[in-house]
Design a protein around this ligand. Structure first.
Ligand SMILES: Nc1nc2c(c(=O)[nH]1)N[C@H]1C(S)=C(S)[C@@H](COP(=O)(O)O)O[C@H]1N2
Ligand SMILES: [Mo]
Length: 199
């Protein structure tokens, strides 16, 4: 299966699937990292939400593990054109993490150990659309795929799913992240093929 056109229909795991335009199916799980893999031990790991007024809400690994988790099964779409269907994760939803956070922000910037950043509207990570995931396919998330924990926002291109995530900043104004500054689309909807600025 090489060429996949917009609206392509095929069979994946016993269901009819439609891929976003320009994408092809892959069974393996490619690793895409802009730099070296940061090695962050769970004992040093911390996740922080910083509000637009500078208030911080932090969880260490033990506190994070005590939060209720979910087990989403989702399709992921990389801007380099591979899509992987039915990926199984475990993580804490952003709804849970932001439930008691006092904010009126419209945007967020995820930031990672190692310095990577990526932006999205806050409403795109609420209502069951995003998780801080720490298990993949029944195993602890491997370091090359973002372990100990990564952002998972499957409805946007996969560069929005920041690996080795250490926190999110809530912002009144949109601020481009690493790839968005380099010319990738600000929003990155795979179904509208928003790969690069101007798409
Ligand atoms: N911290 C960090 N997160 C990142 C990246 C990165 O380079 N650094 N690459 C992004 C891109 S472009 C993609 S496609 C996915 C790849 O995730 P994977 O390596 O688990 O397939 O991670 C995204 N998150
Ligand atoms: Mo990517």
């Amino acid at each position: 299966m090489g060429i996949v056109s917009p609206g392509f229909r095929g069979r994946g795991r016993g269901r009819d699937v439609e891929l976003p335009p320009g994408q092809y199916l892959t069974e393996d799980f490619p690793v895409l990292s802009a730099g070296p893999t940061p090695r962050v031990g769970k004992e040093d790991w911390e996740f922080t939400v910083t509000t637009e007024s500078g208030r911080e809400y932090s969880w260490d690994w033990r506190q994070f593990m005590e939060l209720p988790s979910e087990t989403p099964t989702v399709d992921i779409h990389c801007v380099t054109k591979w899509s992987k269907l039915g990926t199984r994760w475990q993580g804490v939803s952003l709804d849970t993490l932001l439930a008691d956070v006092d904010t009126a922000a419209d945007y967020m910037l995820a930031h990672s150990y190692g310095g990577y950043t990526t932006n999205m509207p806050l409403q795109d990570v609420l209502d069951g659309q995003a998780w801080i995931a720490y298990r993949f396919d029944g195993e602890d998330l491997p370091a090359e795929h973002g372990g100990p924990a990564r952002l998972l926002v499957p409805h946007l291109y996969f560069w929005k799913s920041a690996k080795w995530v250490r926190g999110i900043r809530l912002l009144d104004q949109d601020e481009p992240g690493f790839w968005e500054t380099a010319g990738y689309h600000d929003y990155g909807d795979p179904w509208r093929e928003q790969r690069y600025q101007g798409d």
